[in-house]
Design a protein around this ligand. Structure first.
Ligand code: PMP
Length: 481
């Protein structure tokens, strides 16, 4: 027993399989993931914070549960028949779990992924035998190339095709109502007081949240963790960098539809977590707890730590860690990726950063040209500037997310072209980007051989433009010391 009066039960399998040690197929090994207490990261907190390690599911994430539940519901309803094809649009984990379960049951699988998905996730899909279609990530929901529209079309065209449709499939939250929620209740012997999960499709927070609220007669508080700019928590939907959670709104979105897998009424409140905070927590987790987790775990655990801060010793916070950091070694755990966007580095050195060496204003924002501008409007916005980034833009002012930059407008690209043309027809490549946290010599290397304006990014936003010669000179200064 712990001092919280409950025993952490490891070997309870929720479901019909009685024997925890052996299973008839991969599907039987899904669920029953452990809770692990945070220690060093939770120092100073009176409440206990336990992380549910969903990466220990056999296919690597929390989505194993939803994938199995959706396939079994479709088998029962006859929508998925022997020899059929499972089709889905997904940033990765759902597709991986669907592809693996499909493989084990003799179905084909076709997965449509946005082009920003990590290379590791795409390789995994192919390893499980899935046919992968890559579609541009930057399309509004009504666009024919929007990933979910491509998947819907493929499911209709392929004979025996069945669209899993995790965003609106009731079997997705039902999986968490039937397994994730009951496991947490059993593992804490009913002592859980707060449940925290990131919101992607909303399946996890809704299903597990519903169960925990019902079983505790409303006592368990349910908290959704959401990226700062995501629409779920009241942001304007502009881009962010932590994958798989939040609700992004393309500026050209005509009708904003939230997934029906997300049951808003279950969630007592949303904690909004910026990318930089999520990444800082993620780095602490690997180095102070031995927990190598994915970005959305950083978002959820940052939220859980905030939730726990005012609570007393009788409180038990349980937070979901949806997947492992192994899929993101080239992003969230790579100083080259982190530095270029101005995010906190994994290893801070002694060399001055771009932010310090060039005294960059961290709260500034780069002037931009909105993507809907005409050539005449873009020329006026340029004024005397050599070039400005052209941005997928919801408002003309406001921070420029590097992820939403389409290219650059410059006096050269706009020379001798008709005033009334859209500016997007006459763009040069996006301007080079260096980050405020980049060591100055690495920034100089990034732009070596380039002359002209460079965007400086802080926490994923463009904060100012500097000339390449300034960066090169500061780099030389440093090396010369
Ligand atoms: N994190 C990761 C890594 C995921 O793959 C997902 C599912 N897309 C989520 C969080 C969000 O979970 P849910 O869809 O159940 O809201």
């Amino acid at each position: 027993m712990t001092r919280y009066g409950f025993e952490v039960v490891r070997d309870v399998h929720i479901g019909e399989v009685g024997d925890v040690g052996s299973h008839e197929s991969i599907a039987g090994a899904i669920g029953n993931t452990p809770l692990v207490r945070l220690n060093r990261v939770a120092e100073g907190l009176e409440a206990a914070v336990y992380v549910k390690l969903e990466y220990l599911n056999p296919l690597g994430s929390v989505k194993d549960r939803a994938a199995l539940s959706m396939i079994e519901a479709a088998e029962r309803s006859g929508e998925l028949r022997p020899g059929g094809t499972v089709v889905e649009a997904t940033s990765g984990n759902t597709g991986i779990a669907l592809a693996a379960i499909a493989a084990a049951r003799g179905y084909r699988s076709v997965v449509v992924v946005p082009d920003k998905s990590s290379a590791e996730k795409v390789a995994l899909l192919r390893a499980y035998g899935a046919e992968v279609h890559v579609s541009p990530g930057s399309r509004p929901a009504h666009h024919p190339e929007f990933v979910r529209n491509v998947a819907r079309r493929l499911a209709e065209e392929i004979p025996g095709g069945w669209l899993a449709g995790q965003y609106d499939n009731p079997a997705n939250p039902a999986a968490h109502r039937a397994t994730t929620g009951p496991e947490i209740w059993t593992q804490t012997a009913g002592a859980v007081t707060h449940f925290v999960a990131g919101v992607g499709t909303g399946g996890t927070v809704s299903g597990a949240g519903e169960f925990l609220k019902a079983v505790s007669r409303g006592a368990v508080q349910v908290i959704g963790a959401d990226p700062e700019t995501s629409a779920y928590g009241g942001g304007d939907g502009r881009a962010w960098y932590v994958e798989s959670v939040g609700h992004h709104l393309h500026p050209e979105t005509e009708v904003d539809q939230w997934p029906s897998s997300y049951h808003r009424d279950v969630v007592d409140r949303i904690e909004r977590v910026g990318d930089a905070e999520a990444l800082r927590v993620l780095h602490r987790l690997s180095r102070a707890e031995g927990l190598l987790l994915g970005g959305s775990s950083g978002t959820a655990i940052a939220a859980a730590l905030r939730v726990a801060r005012p609570l007393g010793p009788e409180s038990v916070v349980v937070v979901i860690a949806p997947d492992s950091g192994r899929s993101y070694l080239s992003k969230y755990f790579d100083d080259d990726w982190l530095g270029r966007l101005g995010f906190p580095l994994l290893r801070e050195g002694t060399e001055p950063t771009v932010g310090v060496a060039l005294t960059i204003p961290l709260d500034g924002h780069v002037r931009t040209v909105p993507s809907r501008a005409t050539v005449a409007e873009a020329r006026a916005l340029l004024g005397g500037a050599p070039a400005l980034p052209v941005l997928l833009q919801r408002k003309v002012s406001g921070p420029a997310q590097i992820a939403e930059v389409l290219g650059a407008a410059s006096a050269v690209t706009l020379d001798r072209v008709p005033d009334t043309d859209p500016v997007t027809a006459h763009l040069s490549a996006p301007l080079p980007v260096v980050g405020t946290t980049d060591p100055i010599s690495r920034a100089a290397e990034r732009i070596s051989g380039y002359a002209g304006p460079v965007v400086v990014a802080h926490e994923g936003r463009g904060v100012t433009l500097v000339d390449a010669t300034e960066i090169a000179a500061a780099g030389v200064d440093y090396r010369g010391r």
